[in-house]
Design a protein around this ligand. Sequence first.
Ligand SMILES: Cc1ncc(COP(=O)(O)O)c(C=O)c1O
Length: 453
Amino acid sequence: MDWPCEGLARSPISVGRLYDMTGTLALSTQGGLPVPIDESGLMKQVRKKFDLALFGAPPAFDQPVHVGRPNVGDRADFLRQVDAMFDRLWLSNNGPIVQEFEAALAQYMGVRHCISMCNATIALEVAIRGLGLTGEVIVPSYTFIATAHALNWLGLTPVFADIDPRTHNLDPESVRRKITPRTSGIIGVHLWGRAAPVEELTAIAREHNLKLMFDAAHAFGCSVGSRMIGGFGACEVFSFHATKFFNTFEGGAVVTNDDALAEKVRLMRNFGFAGFDNVTEPGTNGKMTEVCAAMGLTNLRNVARVVARNRENYHCYVRELNAIRGLSVLAYDERELNNFQYIVVEVASTFPVSRDEIVAALHAENILARKYFWPGCHAMLPYRQSQPGAVRDLPHTVLVADRVIVLPTGTAVDERHIGVIRDVFACLASYAAKNTASDERRIADPVDVLTHV
Ligand SMILES: Cc1ncc(COP(=O)(O)O)c(C=O)c1O
């Protein structure tokens, strides 16, 4: 099929020329310039091929619609806390706002200890070191690169296990196959906020005398078996990066029920200082600042509102996209608590347009959809070089990484955005189907027949 190049799609085009080309594209104009049709910034309807920006029309939105646009709670609440902070002149070093934030999070998750950090990457490093992991640690390849890098930075070897293609989480059988005499631990990742197979991983860890911890960067506000994520394994690590549904600008936390580990992590977060002039651990600087904790307290009071919007958006995406053959939105188990922060769409090999072509078409519309965790950690340069054979054992990682698109959600997105996204998918599908009726360029793959949990 003949796709126009991205450069052409992005090139400015006059309204007059658009009408010449399509005869039908309805654009509202002011002084000859297109203006949004509504306050979502929508510029046009997408009904057929020449309505697509990929073919020269203007983008669907006047401003970029991002994945991970920050959700921010009550600004006045935040600013009041910052004002009080300036009055105290206590800006960092375990100040009162950090202490209040940690207590609030521990209570929210039902855990004994929450140690806030400057970000989740440092929190992972401190937790890994605090747990005393050595040698090889088993992690999924299908995760954000920080999970692997945290091990690498400590001189440990991340050993990549495959995922279950239905859940995108670690496949316990693959984990078993990766255990060697050098293995000291497992880091499960609750990908997309959907719980890793906690029970199975706990059983494997017990059986082989391995330490188990979780990268819960996506899973704030989520539960498994009606227990909040945060209390599983030896500890769990959260990210509060600006793009996460709950943010502290930058930030993270180690959460644990283990008193001794909590004490160690607290010391390590602050250079190992056990008191003035007394260093007892090889620490780092992982401290959260007061202003970040204030943002956290403000946003904690906003979590229910954000989750409600995310849930609405998720249901809308499910309705609209699952109706299109070859697309499926990864399902959340609604018997559990979910934050619904990731809208993960899988593009089956039966869909007539490739995942990358869809992403390019959406970008041309100013909808900044993302491929996520592609091509997998194992295929990134540092690990590709050190573990060249890993790919052989990761067929589901490769498959899923090649077919996933993550779409925008959060408080900046509503059904108007989702409707346009659906129209873009539908328009691409019908145009491509007409043009590729006899095109056998794709090979059916077995995972197409799997249903999603
Ligand atoms: C699974 C996972 N782990 C770790 C991190 C690192 O988090 P941070 O950006 O807070 O360092 C992220 C960030 O996106 C992530 O998605």
